[in-house]
Design a protein around this ligand. Structure first.
Ligand code: MG
Length: 398
């Protein structure tokens, strides 16, 4: 007999479908069938020399095809299950008999989030005690009922919720299942089989994350845990950034008026070192702000000859490139231009097209709005045009 341990993954359930044509152990979880996650966890444990997956006979070919493609360093065999869970376990145990391991970890295929650490701890405890169930303390108060009537409130300190793996000396679990079989006992839990057989069972520590996917609603939770373990940032809250930019330039004679890269006929133009495109400057500052890259004055100083009379579309394109290199791409942008004169509505579509082109985004993601200042302030008095911009960036590793 080998000193090694084996894993027996029970994935033979046919019911509890999540609306698809396959049982729940085949549903997709982060790009792989649910039961494959447990296989991978066991394959990552050096003590585990082989893995037997027990499946419903009608899905044998599908399961075998999935397991063959995994190309793991550990041998994986697919075995047909039986009518009851305990029959499936027996089939799996018998499939190992020719080269029996000393220890077998029996695992529920619907628990994809087991870790190598939990598995190894159960194997270590099994070497000492022969029969181990992975468990967790109970946090809810548990009451025993008779119908609607409370019989008693159980002492929570003596209760533990049982997970898998349940890890046993191979000879012991085979003997215990044969004992139960001979007596016609119906059992749903391998630990109980060993208890009934009369051998003590101890506990080793599980994890709240070692959850059983029971309902479709458990899948997003499981996917969230996998994403976090893989170091991928999770959820919108950390994968998007928002930035705001503001700029104002004086209106003077003998200057061009350029807004969002579009030259607009007007007796006055904006004064500035570059083309003084106040709207693009606000957008550039919004992007720099969202990406945490400082501000436009820092990158394009108005003391530099290089930027004298510069086309602000070139500056904005550089800002987009800088943000992209820092991991951030533009999602949508909303620009407000505050000008008493000229009327900007006729130029709105051209400004949107120009800005979308410079940002490299779809026009549907660009909004340009114009407002007067009701004759108040420098914009209202026609002395200046100002602009606000709000931009959303998303991380380009998504
Ligand atoms: Mg400016």
């Amino acid at each position: 007999m080998s000193e090694n341990a084996a894993a027996l993954i029970v994935a033979a359930g046919k019911g509890q479908r999540f609306g698809g044509s396959l049982p729940k152990v085949y549903v997709d979880l982060c790009g792989e069938p649910l039961f494959v996650w447990a296989i991978r966890a066991y394959a990552d444990v050096p003590e585990i020399s082989r893995i037997v997956v027990v499946v419903a006979a009608e899905f044998h070919d599908i399961a075998e095809h999935i397991c063959m493609k995994l190309a793991l360093g550990t041998r994986v065999d697919v075995v047909d299950g039986g009518a009851r869970r305990q029959d499936s376990v027996m089939n799996g145990l018998h499939a190992m008999a020719a080269d029996a391991p000393s220890i077998v970890c029996i695992h529920d295929g619907a628990r994809p989030l087991v870790t190598p650490a939990i598995i190894r701890a159960s194997i270590d405890a099994c070497r000492m005690h022969g029969a181990v169930v992975v468990s967790m303390p109970v946090t809810d108060t548990i009451k025993a009922f008779d119908g609607e009537q409370v019989l008693e409130t159980l002492d929570r300190s003596k209760l533990r919720a049982i997970q898998t793996p349940q890890t046993f000396r191979y000879d012991l679990i085979v003997a215990a299942h044969e004992y139960a079989d001979q007596r016609g006992l119906d059992v749903t839990d391998d630990g109980s089989v060993v208890e009934t057989y009369g051998h003590p069972v101890v506990s080793s520590e599980g994890s709240a994350e070692n959850l059983k996917v029971t309902e479709a609603g458990d899948l997003p939770h499981a996917a969230w845990i996998i994403s976090r373990r893989q170091g991928r940032t999770v959820g919108c809250t950390v994968n998007i950034r928002v930035g705001h930019g503001y700029d104002l330039h004086r209106l003077v004679e003998s200057r061009r008026l350029v807004l969002c890269g579009v030259e607009i006929e007007h007796p006055l133009g904006l004064l500035g070192h570059s083309d003084a495109d106040v709207a693009l400057h606000a957008v550039a500052d919004a992007i720099l702000g969202a990406a945490g890259l400082g501000d436009i004055g820092q990158h394009f100083p108005d003391t530099s000859e290089e930027f004298k009379g510069a086309d602000s579309r070139r500056l904005l394109a550089e800002v987009v490139q800088m943000a992209s290199e820092a991991g951030w791409n533009a999602g949508n942008v909303d620009v407000t231009i505050i000008a008493q004169q000229p009327k900007l509505a006729p130029h709105r579509q051209a400004m949107i097209a120009s800005l979308a082109n410079t940002l490299g985004v779809d026009e549907a993601n660009v909004s340009v709005k114009a407002t007067t200042n009701e004759g108040l302030g420098p914009e209202g008095e026609g002395k200046a045009i100002s602009s606000h911009a709000v931009v959303l960036l998303y991380h380009n590793a998504q």
